[in-house]
Write a protein that binds this ligand. Structure first.
Ligand code: G1P
Length: 297
């Protein structure tokens, strides 16, 4: 079956980032740098790598620096140009040409489901992708491409899933899966943030979704759930009663930058992978481990 090509992505970025205070008091959490790039740039680049060039970022108050980041900055470009820093000029300019980026404000923080619903007018009657800004995917792990190829095959929604330690499952949406093939399950049920004893499995939803447009009808009807918020997970639960929803399972390359320990992991691992910083940084880390005696006994 030939499916409509997915060309649109929605990135909810309206949250207040309270897990990362005080850094997020006066700057959006999406602008926190991982090595030398703000977290949101990794997410936009991932969408672009997967062939998506129309991106809607759902923002809120105090998020103007996001728009500035993906815009031209003539003063800076002029300054760099004058000093012959042509590579820097190219890098800064390229950000404004990365994709067609649109912005809409959520207004009230009523939950992730509500943030996605705000995208309805822009997305219209088309399939689309949702990428959560807290989750960064390493280039080694082409999850979105894998999900889109499942969408192309079946024409149905696809949710990214990872096995979690069961004691952490209460931080995630959690599914009851039925195996279809390698890395592919059919989702039979989904619950938001269950206690470990009630969890239907240890498969947690991570922040990548491909949706058929019918998700908007479900979001319209969904009632506030966990935390009094309009939950995307609850709308997925309604969707899977109407049409098959698939899960794409994968095992590595995801960093939750909204959590301090994972933010540190992301910074270290992504720096190690870089050609320009990797060799020096790896040497530093192994010296550090040796000096502190972390491997002794
Ligand atoms: C959100 C979703 C949850 C999902 C998680 C992935 O929760 O509601 O279903 O598992 O993102 O990171 P949040 O992290 O915003 O609490």
């Amino acid at each position: 079956m030939t499916q409509q090509k997915v060309t649109k992505a929605v990135i909810p970025a309206a949250g207040l980032g309270t897990r990362f205070l005080p850094a997020t008091k006066a700057q959006p959490k999406e602008m926190m740098p991982v090595v030398d790039k703000p977290a949101i740039q990794y997410v936009v680049e991932e969408a672009v790598r997967a062939g998506i060039d129309d991106i809607l970022i759902i923002t809120g108050r105090n998020k103007r620096s996001l728009e500035d980041h993906f815009d031209r900055n003539f003063e800076l470009e002029y300054y760099l140009e004058q000093r012959g820093k042509h590579a820097d000029v190219d890098e800064v300019q390229a950000l404004a040409e990365l994709a067609d980026i649109h912005y809409v404000r959520q207004g009230e923080p009523l939950g992730l489901g509500h943030a996605v619903q705000v995208a309805r007018k822009h997305v219209g009657d088309h399939p689309f992708v949702v990428l959560l800004g807290d989750d960064i995917m390493s280039e080694r792990s082409p999850v979105l491409e894998g999900m889109l190829s499942i969408y192309e095959q079946y024409g149905r929604s696809v949710i990214a899933l990872m096995e979690m330690p069961i004691e952490e499952i209460s931080a995630y949406g959690c599914v009851k899966p039925e195996r279809v093939a390698d890395q592919l399950v059919r989702i039979l049920d989904i619950v938001e943030k269950p206690q470990p004893a009630e969890a239907p499995s240890n498969l947690g939803v991570v922040g990548r979704y491909v949706f058929t447009p019918e998700i908007f009808d479900m979001l319209e009807r969904v009632q506030p759930g966990v935390g009094g918020e309009i939950q995307l997970t609850d709308a997925i639960g309604m969707l899977l009663a109407a049409q098959t929803v698939y899960g794409f399972t994968f095992v590595e390359g995801r960093y939750d930058t909204g959590k301090k320990i994972d933010y540190l992991r992301a910074t270290v691992e992504l720096a190690i992978e870089r050609d320009d910083l990797g060799p020096e940084f790896r040497a530093f880390l192994s010296d550090l481990v040796r000096e502190r005696g972390w491997l002794d006994g």
